[in-house]
Design a protein around this ligand. Structure first.
Ligand code: GLY
Length: 370
């Protein structure tokens, strides 16, 4: 059974389907978007080896022909060179203004291909088929597309909404446990930022979800996507509320930079640690109950996730250096650090009113506990 979530953005509105068996039904679901029965698919080597044949078969069931480009896996693919490669390939494949491009993969493929679709012939439509939990609940929805610069992650890009998102829950079965749990960092973030009842549900059901329970996975992905759709509908280009989606991300980006965007810390792992630190900071500033950070940490521990700075192997810079990395984050406006803090679980808010000394003391204590 699939759920369909509407992202109500006027002329840019679209649907996100969440459920099992969607790759097999991709032809029937994509066909209404097409003016001719032909699509271009971009994927990476790891995902392509697992799912490209199934996508080809699903499209062929509706007599849709596909041509595919397979890129190297990994964050390094989100670069100018691969953007040029994808875009020139789409031109060579004679993808026209009315055609549709499909991104089959995780966040890297979705961001890169979405950006290429945004600039190709001043914008062609694209479909996201996210294959990681992180991409299903976050990056495939909301239209943020782009690549990395040597000066930082996601600094080059465009808002370009997909025309359809197919989040096939069956594809999560091929994820490594570490990648699944990193994606879970973004799922639990939704409960923490805006839905205490969802957080309660996750405390009870997330272990089943991690163990493979399809019903739990459908519910968790659907609820996450619905929350993202609601926020994006209110604030498509992040002038206000959309920043709530960055709960935990200011700490996370500093930790990712400190660990060289390497395997030492996956993005979703950094989000989980960052959320725990954001609740700690909220409690110390007297904004949320003193026991809330412990509840957050207990759930993350229960899920066998990274929670503390001691869960990051190897050296970390000292607290002032981490604070300096936070100040380089692109959420800095007019030189002031913007934080997402919380009054309790499910009650996050955006503020620029955070004394740097308070952040420093949270970081110093977290480092001292390593
Ligand atoms: N990943 C945060 C956003 O889409 O706004």
């Amino acid at each position: 059974m699939s759920n369909i979530i509407h992202v109500p953005l006027g002329s840019r509105a679209y649907e996100v389907h969440v459920g099992p068996g969607l790759l097999a039904r991709s032809g029937e679901l994509v066909a209404p978007l097409l003016r001719r029965p032909r699509v271009a698919v971009v994927t990476d080597e790891a995902v392509g080896a697992l799912h490209l044949d199934a996508l080809r078969a699903g499209l062929a069931a509706a007599d849709i022909e596909m041509t595919a480009l397979t890129l190297p896996p990994g964050e390094a693919t989100k670069c100018w060179a691969q953007l040029e490669r994808v875009t020139e390939w789409l031109l060579a494949a004679q993808i026209e203004r009315n055609d549709v491009v499909i991104a089959l993969g995780g966040g890297v493929i979705g961001d890169l291909v979405g950006f290429s679709a945004a600039i190709l012939r001043r914008g062609v439509r694209f479909v996201q088929i996210p294959t990681s939990l992180l991409a299903q609940v976050d990056s495939s929805v909301g239209g943020k597309t782009g690549i990395n610069s040597a000066k930082g992650k996601n600094l080059i890009g465009a808002f370009h909404q997909p025309s359809l998102v197919l989040a096939d829950i069956d594809l999560l079965a091929t994820l490594k446990s570490r990648d699944f749990l990193a994606g879970y960092g973004e799922v639990v973030k939704y409960g923490m930022l805006g839905d205490a009842a969802f957080f309660d549900w996750l405390e009870g059901h997330a272990p089943d979800m991690a163990a493979g329970d399809t019903g739990a996975r459908i519910h968790a992905v659907s609820r996450s996507v619905q929350m993202k759709a609601d926020i994006v509908a209110r604030d498509e280009t992040e002038q206000g509320d959309r920043a709530l989606l960055n709960l935990g991300h200011t700490f996370c980006h500093a930790l990712e930079a400190a660990t060289g965007y390497s395997d030492r810390l996956l993005h979703g792992e950094g989000v989980a640690i960052g959320c725990a630190l954001a609740f700690e900071l909220s409690a110390r500033l007297g904004l949320c109950p003193q026991e809330t950070p412990s509840r957050v940490r207990a759930h993350l521990r229960d899920m066998k996730m990274k929670v503390d700075l001691s869960d990051i192997k190897g050296d970390l810079p000292d607290a002032p250096s981490l604070l300096a990395l936070m100040a380089q984050d692109k959420k800095v406006k007019d030189g002031r650090l913007h934080f997402i803090l919380a009054r309790d679980i499910g009650e996050a808010f955006v503020t620029s009113d955070v004394p740097p000394e308070a952040v420093l003391s949270v970081l110093e204590d977290a480092l001292a506990a390593r």
